[in-house]
Design a binder for this molecule. Sequence first.
Ligand SMILES: [Zn+2]
Ligand SMILES: [Zn+2]
Ligand SMILES: [Zn+2]
Length: 433
Amino acid sequence: MTERIPCKTEGCKATILPTTAAKTGGYCMPCHQEQERQKRQAYIEKHRKTVDLYEGLTDPVDILKIMHAPKQYDPLIQYAPYPLSKEQLYVTLTTDQAARMLSFAEDLLKEDDADKTDIAENILLSLVCYRNDNIAAVLPKLLEQGIYHPAILFKDATPEIRDHLIRQVEWDDDNRNHILLILGWIGDSEVINQFREWRSNPPKWVDKLYVAPEIYALDAGWELTSDGGRRDLINGMNYAIEKAKEPKHSRTEAHAADFLTNSISTCPWCSGKLITLMDVNANHSSLAYLNLQTERLRVETCERCGCFGTIYMDLDRDGVPTWSRLNREPDYLRIFDEEDYGYDPAAWNLTLSDEPRSPFYAAIWTLSQPDSQIGGHPSWVQDAEYPECPCCHKRMRFIGQVDWADFDNYGEGIFYMFLCAEDMMTATLYQQS
Ligand SMILES: [Zn+2]
Ligand SMILES: [Zn+2]
Ligand SMILES: [Zn+2]
């Protein structure tokens, strides 16, 4: 039997065969591999270059084209980031520059190449979401290529495309789901009539769907009412919730808006403190449409139990929230561990942006933008879900959302906030990937 020799690394207990020792210079395989890894790392650090792909560029269209292009991964290259994010740049484009991005996307689509089509889709989504631009001109090209998704791209489709899709949904089993979502996003009087018609006389293909056709409208932020009309569940005014530039005590706007502060109330399910997701002046332009009689609109929830189900709060005449007696404890609530909450949202010092943004800015969760906002369209991580008001049994309106990932590197998941203004009741829901 061959005698094994000890690995040369101090403190390593491994023994190795002489043949291994000859190859590695006397080290065991794991130690040898670690040495190689360190050598490689040192080499990379010594030789790594920072490459600034944006150097000398001033035209935002050129800059965006580079941002959209896939970057070759090379450990020896570190790419210098551009000072503005993609979505920030999109917002600054002039009409002419946005039109150039649109025709660039059109050219990419013509190449009929999967990677280029992905880039084109991303550009189109950015134009639609961040700028609310009308991209109807490229929609025939998308349909020609069999692209029906994401449905929001089609929200400004022409009547010709709408009528074409209303006919197609009758026979196209493969794309029916996507087409119904698209029709929801178009959401004009013809679509409303069609949804009403399908509700009164369900076509044969309804059996193949998981939900009734008119439920597809929820994805686009509205519902078909019992009398067959359109009721919007979202509001177009949209303001970002962002980190405040000044410390809280020096802010002068008389606390127009506060987010993620500790409440004095306690959760009856887990006995933890509730969190105030938002506390905003009810006259702020993002909320004025609600015509509230209270000075503030405050939404509270339990940060822990709220991840497992809807939490309703009653608002009294002064807008002070209390835990609703109509809350139903979920069957499943995890045992909470203080260590799960390694951050303190109350320390984030958040405020509302001064400038409104596109209603659809955060509508696609998988794009790169921060999602936290008052108003606008929700960033559904899962399916669209509007809680029912336990008093009047109508769907509650979406009033805003907080995405933990916007403020904490380890944070994830979104709290969605809803209101029934008639019954002065708020609700929260939570979704994560
Ligand atoms: Zn070793
Ligand atoms: Zn709780
Ligand atoms: Zn209600």
